[in-house]
Design a protein around this ligand. Sequence first.
Ligand code: UDP
Length: 316
Amino acid sequence: MPISVVTGGSGFLGSHLTDRLLKEGHEVVAIDNLLTGNERNLDHLRTEKRFRFLRHDVTKFIAVEGPVDFVFHFASPASPIDYLELPIQTLKVGSLGTHNALGLAKAKGATFLLASTSECYGDPLVHPQKEDYWGNVNPIGPRGVYDEAKRFAEAMTMAYYRFHKVNTKIVRIFNTYGPRMRLRDGRVVPAFVGQALRGEPMTVFGEGKQTRSFCFVSDLIDGIYRLSRADFHEPVNIGNPMELTIMEFAERIRRLTGSKSTIVKKPLPVDDPQQRQPDITRAKTILGWEPKVLLEDGLRETIQWFQANLDTPGRA
Ligand code: UDP
């Protein structure tokens, strides 16, 4: 039975990945300091014998007893609001945390998979984004703490691959949505869905002309699982190429929730990328992967989950 360590295991993606690994027969050790993760995301695993939780900050040495076959490094604040509020922690987990997670993989002879991000492309001047594009990132802007930490994490991962011969993989994750997102993490999906369900004004930043492409979480996790087993070491984009403007997205959520919310415009955050769409040719070729869940279907499931959790204490 393979043994996997998932850092950030209590987070949105970490917890879904944990579920998938358990389903595939793995034993899973989830590690999280609960800075932005939520224990409730793992509540359903309390009686699962193949699952262990360690409360630990991965910027400190990571001690795991016994053999480990895979290390999935998913720990990091991941919403623009979170990393603006936690700039040093974001930089530390992307740099020191990645170093420790790579060190664990090296010591155990484990495969390592880094959760990287489309933010590596910054405010991209090439569209759609292919993995060989080096990006347009402002290192000293407010998003720099996340973007540069993840770019450093990629560099560190490739150094462990080339120098220490660790079997590493890098996924560049594009905007993803689904159940277990934090209701108030400031990202556009929880923001719009929460506002629409409460009948509050929906806050579109700028003119809403900026674009994003949204991938449902089950599709994303499937791409990541496939990548963990593939013999490929350069970054792979995983995301849904279906691109929408944020204004179109707000209108779609309003329609699907049947909400009467108005739409109000708020200032555009500094360095907010104007357009984003993954080129997924590499994932298709190497992993035989492409997204399957239609936006409407994924949003319906997400809206239902938010509706059920809107007033749950500890879900905020
Ligand atoms: N956005 C918005 N209203 C909100 C939250 C976000 O218009 O209440 C916009 C934001 O400016 C960005 C897009 O939605 O252009 C996606 O933002 P998110 O915070 O989800 O993540 P990003 O893709 O910027 O990392």
